[in-house]
Write a new protein. Structure first.
Length: 556
């Protein structure tokens, strides 16, 4: 499908039309504007792929702008994590900018609106303002402060800026239209008083601009051409245009697309922060979190996330994406890129009774049989005692069980055919040993035995086994839409993490690299955990080999 012609999404259509008509001098400059009040999640990845992808496609650029107008919730830890995540996804911004760098300019813009008679200082309380705003069907009424003179407003606003008033005592409002059917145009708040330590400007500013005043003006300052945001900002657009129009600044344009909604998770940063603070998860990068850092730690690759964002596309209507599509994308990628290894998670010992005591053979296995040359190979020691998976043996095997049981034969991956002739049970009826004979001339690659067996199982040599903790993850929530529940935390899946304290891996896994995907053959895809140490290896299961939730995922 290399030559498949992709149709344009509605935003690409707008950009191409703008390029045709010479709007914005043929430039494309987008921005990604995270608020540094949390870690990025998969929803942000959609916005990143859209903004950076558009710029890339049309020879433009993308600014990274930290929308830091809420000093109380923002922090440099978040700034650093956001930068790391964007780069990890494979994107590079044009300029790194901060709304807080525009505080003086935004303040001057506010003074200009006041001078034009388009803004006023209101002494009403938040409740009084809300009450006087009316309802969508009833017009609002002016507060007693709406008709202050320009001079009075300038003085009061300058005093607000000088720190003369307490929080909540005064606000600056735009003077637009108290009867407008769009509530956002009923004299919206432009500035509020806040005495808080800002992560960049410290206590320089006792007043902070509201989102609606800061965002469009920051876009205009940077001469952003296409300012892309999610659908809930549609009713804000008239205000966005009003400010730019009245201030006669660069005519950036806002366009809205549907946000990503994913089932079996939550994506509001407030909720994610609760999960972290209340220790329902290990942190923002817990592998069950929908955060970029969580997905990375879980073993997701940048390519799989970008692929996911391409598949879901850009639409004008909200929908909910099934998380199995995300899992499908990582499987697709890891199937091509993961290195194959053997690991036994639920071990039982196999003894090859006719194999010489103390003999060791060094077998060889390609790292990645999916590519030419296999990306090199590693040595796999073979010996008389092996760990195999407990479920690969059955005492009373049914007819179609092509693994081990008394009298049954299988091939050991990369090695020999073995036939089971005995087993040992303890007093509780628990199987402790499986005894087999191997067929010396059946070795993989040089098999002259003429024997045919239907099953192949994985194994790890007992004296060479590398011990490791292995963590198996499942969905963090039991319901499709936890955010719709009264208490979303009551729907947390109690079995979302299973720890296998001691699994046996082939010895080469001692050299596992952080960030590389490994397929533990027949089991799933795994990756080294960031908390892993040389003395205590820890692996995370990224995803199972097949979709155990068995929902149909349509390709493409
Ligand atoms: P929250 O409301 O949870 O704090 P937010 O949307 O306010 O999240 P921001 O940091 O302001 O978070 O978002 C930065 C950019 O990412 C915005 O342009 C926003 O539209 C976009 N974005 C956030 N969530 C999603 C999502 N689920 N799907 C697509 N884009 C998103
Ligand atoms: Mg926001």
């Amino acid at each position: 499908m290399e030559n498949e012609v992709k149709s344009l999404n509605f935003i690409e259509e707008i950009v191409e039309e703008d390029l045709r008509t010479g709007k914005h001098d043929g430039r494309v400059l987008t921005r990604f504007p995270p608020e540094p009040n949390g870690y990025l999640h998969i929803g942000h990845a959609k916005s990143i792929c859209l903004n950076f992808g558009l710029a890339k496609k049309y020879n433009g650029k993308t600014n990274l702008r930290f929308d830091d107008t809420n000093p109380v919730t923002e922090d440099t830890e978040y700034v650093e994590s956001i930068k790391k995540d964007i780069q990890w996804l494979g994107f590079q911004w044009n300029q790194e900018l901060y709304t807080s760098d525009y505080f003086q300019q935004l303040y001057d813009f506010a003074l200009e609106l006041i001078r034009k008679g388009l803004a006023y200082v209101d002494d009403s309380t938040a409740e009084e303002i809300a009450a006087a705003k009316g309802t969508p069907t009833e017009p609002g009424v002016p507060t007693p402060y709406r008709d202050r003179t320009v001079e009075e407003n300038i003085t009061l606003f300058e005093e607000m800026r000088a720190g003369k008033y307490k929080e909540g005592e005064k606000v600056l409002r735009a003077k637009i239209d108290l009867a407008n059917p769009n509530m956002h145009l009923r004299d919206p708040l432009l500035y509020r008083i806040k005495f808080a330590d800002h992560h960049r400007t410290g206590n320089t500013w006792p007043i902070y601009p509201m989102y609606d005043f800061a965002h469009g003006q920051s876009d205009a300052i940077e001469k952003i051409t296409h300012s892309l945001c999610t659908l809930e900002f549609i009713p804000h657009r008239p205000l966005y245009d009003w400010c730019i129009d009245k201030l006669e600044i660069y005519p950036s344009k806002q366009y809205e697309f549907a946000r990503l909604n994913l089932n079996y998770t939550v994506m509001s940063k407030r909720k994610l922060l609760q999960l972290v603070n209340e220790k329902h998860v290990e942190g923002w990068d817990d592998p069950r979190m929908p955060t970029i850092s969580g997905l990375r730690r879980r073993g997701y690759t940048p390519a799989s996330i970008v692929d996911f964002c391409e598949r879901i596309g850009i639409a004008k209507r909200e929908n909910i994406i099934d998380v199995s599509l995300l899992e499908f994308c990582i499987r697709e990628d890891l199937n091509k890129t993961a290195w194959r290894r053997m690991a036994v998670l639920d071990p039982v010992k196999m003894i090859i009774t006719n194999y010489p005591d103390g003999q060791i053979e060094e077998l060889e296995g390609e790292n990645n049989p999916e590519v030419e040359g296999g990306e090199g190979s590693r040595k796999i020691p073979f010996s008389k005692e092996l760990w195999i998976e407990r479920e690969d043996f059955m005492e009373n095997a049914p007819k179609k069980f092509f693994r081990l049981g008394p009298g049954l034969s299988v091939r050991l991956k990369h090695a020999y055919i073995v036939e089971c002739h005995d087993f040992v049970k303890d007093e509780n009826g628990h199987i402790t040993e499986i005894h087999c004979n191997y067929i010396p001339n059946s070795k993989s690659g040089e098999d002259t035995s003429g024997l045919k067996v239907k099953g192949t199982i994985h194994w790890v040599s007992v004296p060479h086994a590398q011990e490791a903790e292995v963590r198996l993850y499942d969905r963090l929530f039991n319901v499709e839409n936890p955010a719709a529940e009264e208490d979303f935390k009551s729907t947390i899946n109690a079995d979302s993490l299973k720890i296998i304290p001691k699994a046996y891996l082939e010895p080469d896994m001692a050299n596992a690299q952080l960030g590389r995907g490994y397929q533990f053959i027949r089991l799933g895809y795994y990756t080294l955990d960031t908390r892993s140490t040389k003395d205590q290896l820890v692996f995370n299961r990224t995803v199972t080999l097949k979709d155990s939730w068995a929902k149909e995922v349509k390709k493409g």
